[in-house]
Design a protein around this ligand. Structure first.
Ligand code: FDA
Length: 305
């Protein structure tokens, strides 16, 4: 049953009609709950408050699967402004980007030139840019581009997804570049030909990758809300004598707020992924697919007068 619900939400996450409707009608429903605001300015006080509580952030301007070059160019300009504002406002924050919002599906030249503009600004302002990982069909291309960027810029990092069979090899291939890596279980609907279909296998693989990444000496961001994985990371790093400045926990804005604070109090570095923008629908549906209970407040809100 859980798998059926997950598949329905992941299927709906691709609907452009619902996406347009959500942008027009529903932003206020999720603003301040799972997204920080509809634009970056609105999100600044939210980020500052998290920083004041000892939590770092990575901000994400929501939006993906862009098909028009002018939209990708506009998104690049906005990303550059966000980096400049992070520095101007003295925020303790990285920025996350999705390559499909910068032209990945349009042309290599476009996405590369957009990313270079972003990375030049990021290098100048000392802001780390993490390239989020999208669905499996784009994974190879994303990693190839990441390797290219990483050879020129130190301020770029990326994400590996435990549910993909290919990831163990990808981790080995990335090792010589000494990247800052975010490890996640994986959020997209993938066929069993490319991804472990059973959750228990994904969990086992996730633990294996955490251990490999840490023993390779890579700075590892363990991005999960799962207590089992958090406890595993704590025990592992103690056993292997890995200092707390070689890894961090990451969680999504609005999820497990108490746990985020407790970990920070225990001296762990915690980074909150803070999405903002009007294009929240796909992100929202993937969160529903993961754990409908997380966002039951949104449905309650729907029926409020
Ligand atoms: P999972 O969904 O496996 O749940 C395991 C258990 O954890 C649950 O049974 C429950 O007990 C507990 N739990 C989970 N969520 C909870 C909650 N909110 N409250 C209380 N308990 C909870 N994916 C991707 O494909 N590409 C990407 O770039 C990213 N980026 C990213 C950044 C960050 C910061 C995070 C946290 C996640 C991502 N993801 C992602 C999403 C990721 O792949 C994954 O889909 C979700 O994190 C859900 O998996 P979890 O490991 O959190 O727990």
């Amino acid at each position: 049953m859980e798998a059926v619900t997950r598949n329905i939400f992941l299927y709906l996450s691709k609907s452009s009609i619902l996406n347009t409707l959500a942008q027009k009608r529903g932003s206020s429903l999720v603003s301040g709950k799972i997204i920080a605001g509809t634009d970056f300015r609105q999100s600044i006080p939210v980020i500052r408050e998290l920083n004041q509580k000892g939590l770092s952030t990575t901000v994400d301007h929501l939006g993906e699967f862009v098909s028009k070059p002018e939209t990708a160019i506009q998104r690049t300009k906005e990303a550059i402004q966000t980096i400049e504002m992070i520095r101007k406002e003295n925020l303790v924050s990285h920025m996350s980007v999705k390559m499909t919002s910068l032209g990945l599906d349009i042309s290599d030249d476009l996405v590369i030139s957009n990313m270079i503009k972003i990375l030049e600004t990021a290098e100048e302002h000392d802001v780390m840019i993490t390239i989020d990982m999208e669905d499996e069909t784009r994974c190879g291309k994303t990693l190839d581009l990441f390797k290219q960027f990483k050879s020129q810029y130190s301020c770029v990092s990326t994400v590996l997804q435990a549910y993909l069979y290919r990831t163990e090899q990808d981790l080995k291939d990335l090792r010589p570049l000494d990247p800052f890596l975010r490890l996640v279980k994986g959020a997209y609907k993938e066929p069993p030909s490319v991804a472990f279909p059973d959750k228990k296998d994904v969990d086992a693989q996730y633990k294996k990758l955490i251990e490999q990444s840490l023993t390779y000496g890579l700075y590892t961001a363990v991005a999960t809300h799962d207590d089992q994985m958090i406890e595993y990371t704590k025990e592992l790093t103690e056993r292997l004598n890995i200092p707390k400045d070689r890894f961090e926990f990451q969680m999504l804005f609005g999820m497990r707020n108490q746990t985020q604070l407790e970990l920070a109090k225990q001296g762990y570095h915690v980074r909150v992924y803070v999405p903002y923008g009007r294009d929240w629908y796909g992100y929202f549906m993937r969160r529903l697919a993961e754990r409908p209970a997380n966002i039951s407040f949104a449905f309650k809100g729907l029926f409020k007068k």
